[in-house]
Ligand binder design. Structure first.
Ligand SMILES: O=C(O)CCC(=O)C(=O)O
Ligand SMILES: [Fe+2]
Length: 374
């Protein structure tokens, strides 16, 4: 008898995604930042967008951070994403290294290992992350880790829904504030066009108090984000602080069912500093949480290949004197969103030792940001 043409199917072991749940909040009394809550369930009501835009004005122009509620993404789906992230970080180093961020080219998709030294401290960075691009045909060739492959439908629909239910609406509100056509900033960040947007699973692995002290004694890592908008899903390990306009550091409190949002550098460039990219950092967790790994779920929205880093034609910015003649003529040579962001990612991350960089700044084709904040 001829050998069977049907090859024996060897089952590929599927890593089990164990349900992850949020740890208990800290009992410590921390100095929390008062952040406005924007209820997106009101977006489609008559006059709802205009009312929400008014509520958002101070947050986007002065504070830089706010919280979105009523977004319509079920917590069950959010917890599934945290769980997939948690399962990813438990994979073997070999599997995690199967697709690493290509920092030499400023490419942030893939795995970032916690392998860099912090100055001369003898302590290493404790952050690992996995950045997953938008679910669009242009990124079909970007490799996927096996846990991403195995759960891709779920990840892709979460990615898209997050853009549609939250980011798109926030850009509409900001366009209303800027007196631009409602879809202006959505088009500048369109989901179906190439950009380095990514969903991020992130973990701050635990450290001893002594290691935290050494690392934070070297640099507390105050920074602004590189792209346009960052979304941060609630988890309960405290540590994120923002620097207020008075120069004080205040903690960001997780809001039940809320998503913390912040403006980042390219949105500030697109509005000549009108939208405020706020300085923030992550410090040692409180004593009652120091032994809990700090798992994070974030989304980073970037302007894409077609979006040139020139001030948007906003009547409000014009009245405020923030729209230059060069911007109006569209003659000023300027990099695209992707060019800028990749140059920034390369500058910050293409290194084996994290340096302190006091009093230095990053400049690329006329766009400039400080590198270091105390
Ligand atoms: O983990 C956090 O709370 C914020 C992380 C952050 O600032 C960043 O990844 O840019
Ligand atoms: Fe950040």
């Amino acid at each position: 008898m001829a050998p069977s043409a049907i090859e024996e199917q060897i089952p590929i072991e599927k890593p089990i995604v164990k349900p992850w749940s949020r740890p208990a909040p800290t009992n410590e009394k921390l100095d929390w930042a008062p952040l406005v809550e924007i209820d997106l369930s009101r977006f489609d009501e008559p006059g709802g967008k205009e009312e929400l835009a008014k509520q958002l004005y101070d947050a986007v122009t002065r504070v830089g951070f706010w919280v979105v509620v009523g977004h319509g993404l079920d917590d069950e789906r959010i917890l599934r994403q945290f769980s997939i992230g948690n399962a990813f970080f438990k994979e073997s180093l070999e599997e995690k290294r199967s697709f690493e961020c290509n920092f030499a080219e400023g490419e942030y998709f893939g795995y970032r290992e916690n392998s860099r030294w912090i100055g001369e401290t003898g302590v290493k960075d404790n952050i690992e992350m996995l950045n997953i691009p938008k679910a669009i045909p242009e990124w079909d060739d970007v490799p996927k880790h096996r846990i991403v492959r195995q759960n891709y439908d779920e990840i892709a629909s979460f990615h898209r829904d997050l853009f549609d239910k939250v980011i798109r609406k926030l850009f509409v509100l900001m366009s209303i504030i800027l007196e631009l056509p409602e879809d202006h900033l959505v088009q500048a960040h369109a989901y179906d066009r190439r950009s380095d947007d990514h969903l991020r699973y992130m973990i701050y692995n635990t450290r001893t108090q002594e290691e935290w002290d050494k690392a934070q004694g070297y640099t507390k890592g105050g920074h602004t984000d590189f792209g346009s908008l960052t979304l941060l899903f609630s988890q309960h390990v405290a540590g994120l602080q923002i620097r207020t306009s008075d120069g004080e550091w205040k903690y960001v409190k997780p809001v039940e069912g809320g998503i913390t949002c912040n403006i980042a550098d390219t949105l500030s460039f697109l509005t000549n500093g009108f939208l405020k990219s706020t300085i923030h950092r992550v410090v040692t967790p409180p004593k009652d949480q120091i032994d809990i790994p700090r798992l994070g779920l974030l989304y980073f929205c970037r302007p894409g290949d077609d979006t040139v880093m020139r001030t948007v034609p906003s009547p409000l910015l014009d009245r405020l004197g923030l729209l230059t003649e060069e911007d109006k003529n569209q003659s000023k040579p300027a990099p695209t969103g992707t060019e800028y962001v990749r140059a920034r990612v390369k500058d910050v991350h293409h290194k084996t030792v994290i340096d302190r960089r006091e009093n230095t700044s990053f400049e690329f084709k006329g766009l400039k940001v400080p590198n270091y904040y105390k």
